[in-house]
Design a protein around this ligand. Structure first.
Ligand SMILES: [Zn+2]
Length: 302
C-alpha cells in the first residue's frame, strides 16, 4: 500500500473519534515492530524516527537520514495497513529537507530556544517545501516539560497559549499542532496531569488536528478523555525503548549465551532469537496503545 498522508489519517481519526498513534522507532527491528502491531490490529499507524536522536550531538557514529527515510518508506509501502512516515522533532532544518527527499511524508521541526517570529519563519519555509513534495508539517506551540528518570525531576515547560497557537497556525498553514497541556516528555511513571479545560479551548480555537506528545506518561483513562475532547494523534516513544531493554535484559538473565550458537541468539529469528523477542515486546506495547486509542480495525475504512 502506498504511503498515506498523516493529515488524512488524522482527519479520519478526528471524524471517527479515535486517535492514530505515532510510535517512534530507532532501528529496523523497532519500526517493523510498530507495523507488526498495526497489521495485527488492522489499524492505521504513523511510523518514523526522532530527528533529535538521529541527529544527536552525542552520536559517536554520524547517521545518514537517507538510510532511515528509505527504510521507513519501503516498510510503509509494503504494509497491509495505511501508514504515514514522520521525521519527528528534528532541530536541524537541513535534516528535515533531506528527510523529505529520502521519503518521509511528514516532518516536524523543534527548537525552544528561538522567538515566535523565528519559529513562524522556519515553519513557513518547511510548509512551502513539504507541501510542494506532498508532505505534511507538524509543529509545537508551548513547551512540554521533560522528565529525568535519573533524578526523578520534571523540567518547567510552558503550556500552550490558545491565542498564540491560533496566530501561529494561521500564519504558517501547518497541518497539525502539538500542544502542551500537562503532558510530559520521557515520563515513565504515568503521572502527568492533563488540563482538559485547555484541550477544550484549543480544540475550539485551532483549525488543524491536535497532537498529544508524551503518551508514555499518561494514564489510559486520561488518554481516552483527551481523545474524546478531540486529540487525534498521540505520540509514544519512551515505553517502547523500555520494553525493548527489559526484554533483552530478561533474556540475558535467563540464558547462558556463551554456551549458545550466536546465530540462534541473533539473526535466525527462531524461538531463541533475543532480538526477535525484543521486537515482539515492542509490538505488544504498541498493540496496547492502539486499543486504548480506539484505532483497532480502522484500517479498512481509510
Ligand atoms: Zn515529542
Amino acid at each position: 500500500m502506498p504511503l498515506v498522508s498523516m493529515k488524512r489519517l488524522m482527519n479520519h481519526a478526528l471524524a471517527n473519534k479515535y486517535a492514530v498513534g505515532y510510535f517512534e522507532a530507532w532501528n529496523m527491528d523497532s519500526i517493523l515492530a510498530v507495523v507488526d502491531a498495526a497489521e495485527m490490529t488492522n489499524s492505521p499507524v504513523i511510523i518514523g524516527f526522532g530527528g533529535q536522536f538521529i541527529g544527536s550531538m552525542k552520536r559517536t557514529i554520524k547517521e545518514n537520514i537517507y538510510h532511515y527515510g528509505s527504510l521507513g518508506k519501503s516498510i510503509a509501502e509494503n504494509a497491509k495497513v495505511p501508514v504515514a512516515l514522520l521525521l519527528n522533532e528534528a532541530h536541524d532544518i537541513a535534516m528535515l529537507i533531506n528527510g523529505l527527499k529520502a521519503g518521509f511524508n511528514a516532518i516536524m521541526y523543534e527548537d525552544h530556544g528561538i522567538s515566535l517570529n523565528e519559529l513562524i519563519d522556519i515553519n513557513k519555509y518547511l510548509v512551502r517545501t513539504a507541501h510542494y513534495c506532498g508532505a505534511d508539517v507538524e509543529a509545537e506551540i508551548g513547551e512540554l516539560p521533560n522528565a529525568d528518570i535519573s533524578t526523578g525531576s520534571i523540567s518547567q515547560g510552558r503550556k500552550t497559549d490558545p491565542d498564540e497557537a491560533a496566530y501561529f497556525v494561521e500564519e504558517t498553514c501547518i497541518d497539525a499542532l502539538a500542544v502542551s497541556v500537562g503532558n510530559v516528555h520521557l515520563l515513565e511513571n504515568k503521572k502527568s496531569d492533563l488540563d482538559f479545560e485547555l484541550i477544550k479551548i484549543l480544540r475550539k480555537k485551532i483549525k488543524v488536528p491536535l497532537v498529544l506528545h508524551g503518551g508514555t506518561g499518561i494514564l489510559p483513562e486520561n488518554l481516552k478523555e483527551a481523545i474524546k475532547l478531540g486529540m487525534c494523534k498521540i505520540n509514544v516513544g519512551t515505553i517502547l525503548k523500555r520494553g525493548y531493554l527489559k526484554s533483552i535484559q530478561s533474556y540475558l538473565n535467563d540464558h547462558e549465551v556463551d554456551m549458545m550458537d550466536p546465530h540462534d541468539i541473533i539473526g535466525r529469528g527462531g524461538e531463541l532469537d533475543m532480538l526477535s523477542g525484543a521486537r515482539e515486546s515492542v509490538a505488544d506495547e504498541v498493540v496496547k496503545f492502539i486499543k486504548i486509542f480506539g484505532c483497532e480495525n480502522m484500517a479498512h475504512l481509510i
